[in-house]
Design a protein around this ligand. Structure first.
Ligand code: ADP
Ligand code: MG
Length: 375
């Protein structure tokens, strides 16, 4: 039986960053109240929340408090101690459970689970010490990428290995942290699919996005992805099948590599994702609203793209330039989102812009013009 959570019930969110902020804005639009658990005071989500609890994410006392004040609890990032969530789940209502956290915060478990569902990943080997690394290299070869199993984001905790001479550089890494070695995937494109599954078992996918990274940080998301229509259909089917096989609820982002006409899954995020921000302005339902609907047991909305869109990610160093350009008439219809971060730190995500146009060539032209002197 679906547990229907109606406004003005309180939605508790673990994590207080921009993803939580955008979830909360959707929730508040529908009349819900929002509570947040986040160590730092007055972050992006707390600025729009009704109630703030400042404590570490793994504080049992704080999580118990959040569960007590909330009719439903969700999370906006995956690096929360899954054991604490598992232990306290019965003290409240967390429809997503702890499993998505346990799986996606550990690259080895994540990739193994994807393979067990019948989908391809890059070849990978567990590396717990230098000897494991040498053995893994024998199987996977060069070029390959060493990644810490947990805590990595935006390319942090990753080292590309091109030859034996690179091994000594990562000696202390593999002796001090659990890692995996991944074969380098010679992809032609990176794409992602945002998919949502409700507590009512309904599954809906958003249009496939093409992602362009700079320094391993997402730079542009282009939708529709410039790939073959059959491949796009396949990517959506992979996403819908995977979320069902994993038995996840809520919004799940699936990063994929395109290799010729094949799809290789890179990683999962059990939450709304940077590459789905275009949905706020360019779709009839956003990934955030859909997530709230999913965990509240409401019927999901079938996503449709209103207009082709390009999202430009804004890092701290881009804000001044962006504000200057965005006030020019030719860019004034780009939709600006800033996350309320106190510090505009370099290489940290502080906002995004969504450009839209019915004509894809015109859209690309405008974005190219906007980016002409992008810092
Ligand atoms: P995170 O996003 O958590 O930092 P990812 O595994 O997604 O980690 O890696 C970041 C980026 O590095 C990817 O989007 C991709 O561009 C590149 N990358 C990661 N793994 C591979 C791989 N096995 N082959 C080729 N490129 C990769
Ligand atoms: Mg990634």
């Amino acid at each position: 039986m679906t547990n229907l959570i109606l406004p003005p019930s309180t939605i508790g969110i673990i994590g207080g960053g921009q993803l939580g902020r955008m979830m909360a804005i959707s929730a508040k639009q529908m009349g819900y109240k929002v509570a947040v658990l986040e160590p730092a005071a007055l972050g992006p989500l707390a600025q729009v929340a009704d109630l703030e609890i400042n404590a570490p994410y793994d504080s049992e006392e704080a999580l118990t408090q959040l569960l007590a004040v909330s009719d439903v609890v969700t999370y906006e990032f995956e690096n929360i101690d899954s054991h604490v969530v598992e232990k306290l789940a019965s003290a409240g209502y967390i429809p997503q459970g702890y499993r998505p956290l346990a799986m996606t915060q550990h690259r080895y478990i994540e990739k193994t689970s994807i393979n067990n569902c019948g989908f391809k990943t890059a070849p990978f080997e567990k590396v717990d010490n230098f000897n494991d690394l040498k053995n893994a290299i024998k199987k996977i070869g060069y070029p390959s990428i060493l990644k810490t199993v947990s805590g990595g984001y935006d390319g942090k905790g990753q080292w590309t290995l091109k030859s034996d001479s690179d091994l000594e550089n990562v000696h202390s890494v593999v002796e001090n942290q659990n890692c995996i070695l991944e074969g380098f995937v010679p992809f032609t494109k990176e794409i992602s699919v945002i998919v949502t599954r409700g507590t009512n078992d309904q599954v809906e996918t958003f249009p496939v996005v093409e992602n362009i990274h700079q320094n391993q940080i997402l730079h542009l998301s282009i939708v529709p992805a410039r790939i073959d229509a059959n491949l796009a259909k396949k990517a959506e089917e992979v996403a819908a099948t995977l979320i069902e096989k994993l038995d996840f609820v809520g919004t799940l982002a699936i990063e994929m590599f395109v290799v010729e006409d094949d799809i290789i899954i890179n990683e999962l995020a059990p939450r709304p994702h940077n590459s789905g921000h275009y949905t706020i302005d360019a779709c009839n339902v956003s990934q955030f609203e859909q997530h709230i609907r999913a965990v509240c047991g409401l019927p999901l909305i079938k996503p449709t793209l209103i207009q082709p869109a390009i999202m430009v990610n804004l890092l701290g160093q881009h804000v001044e330039y962006t504000l200057n350009m965005w006030t020019k008439p030719e860019f004034s219809d780009a939709k600006l989102h800033l996350y309320g971060k106190e510090e505009m730190r370099a290489n940290r995500k502080v906002g995004h812009l969504t450009f839209m146009n019915d004509f894809e060539t015109k859209l690309e032209e405008t974005v190219n013009q906007f980016l002409i002197n992008f810092p």
